[in-house]
Design a protein around this ligand. Structure first.
Ligand SMILES: [Zn+2]
Ligand SMILES: [Zn+2]
Length: 278
């Protein structure tokens, strides 16, 4: 099934993305025949948390948040009859920073139509590492953890906690790219299938009635070459009736629709539940 809603779109407010304008994304979404998109910029990291990415460009700067919300609201209104535009954020789940994240969500949540909770950072002995920065950095993380299997263990444990943690009433209902650990898998082959771990994640999401980001970006990454999550996990999720929301994870307007040809054709895609209730 071809996507008609994109629930994961970045913008020029992302310091590691392009400078494309919001209207460029909107116009391209219209050309692609989409019915709606969620702008989900990387939310500012908690105050006091040091961005572990080597270039410290993981998220939007805090001072830009009001402008971001305002700009998305503007295009939302302008295009309201043509495209359903949602004001959203991709929020980081950071081990040990749950209370700061909850406070942030309580503050910004009322202004959002949609949001995603994602794990990009892993904690080890009070230090944090950015999982998806580069293959070199991933190698460094493997060395710090002692083995690739330990990194995988930490990843699944962290994603599980992201689902089970209580981040208050505005906690996102959708989990971003739950197999991001595969980003460099052609260079760092998965130590085993992690079937049990993926099934546990699905069960946790299912019990809560929440949903998953079915993310096309991985299939365009040279060392990944598959969607997040991989096809077998997405199929299992669909079988369990867990809603899958396509996400291009585009960081430029040309990135919209990316990886959509790699989505399993037998899976029907959903729009975010928060929007269905509106
Ligand atoms: Zn990004
Ligand atoms: Zn992400």
């Amino acid at each position: 099934m071809k996507p008609t809603y994109d629930g994961h779109v970045h913008t020029a407010f992302c310091p590691h993305g392009s400078t494309d304008r919001l209207v460029d994304y909107v116009e391209r979404a219209l050309k692609l025949g989409y019915t709606g998109i969620s702008f989900t910029e990387h939310a500012p990291l908690p105050e006091g948390f040091v961005d572990p990415a080597p270039s410290q460009d993981s998220a939007m700067k805090r001072e830009f948040l009001p402008l971001y919300l305002e700009e998305v609201a503007k295009v939302k209104t302008y295009y309201q009859s043509a495209l359903q535009i949602s004001i959203g954020l991709e929020v980081d789940y950071i081990d040990g920073w749950e209370s700061e994240t909850t406070a942030f969500l309580n503050e910004v949540g009322p202004k959002l139509d949609d949001s995603i909770l994602s794990v990009h950072f892993l904690a080890l002995h009070q230090a944090y590492y950015c999982l998806d920065y580069s293959a070199e950095e991933f190698q460094h993380i493997v060395e710090q953890f002692g083995s690739l299997a330990f990194v995988y263990d930490a990843y699944f444990a962290t994603v599980s906690r992201s689902i089970t943690s209580n981040l208050g009433p505005y906690k996102p209902k959708r989990y971003g790219h739950i197999s991001l650990i595969h980003k460099f898998q052609k260079k760092f082959p998965s130590p085993r299938s992690y079937e049990k771990e993926f099934l546990t994640l699905l069960q946790l999401v299912k019990t809560r009635g929440e949903e998953l980001d079915y993310n096309g970006a991985g299939s365009t990454k040279p060392y990944c070459q598959e969607t997040y999550p991989p096809q077998w996990v997405a199929k299992e999720a669909a079988k369990q009736k867990i809603p899958l929301i396509y996400g291009s994870d585009a960081h430029s307007f040309k990135g919209l629709h990316q990886g959509s040809d790699q989505l399993s054709p037998c899976i029907s895609l959903s729009i975010p539940q928060t929007l269905q209730r509106q």
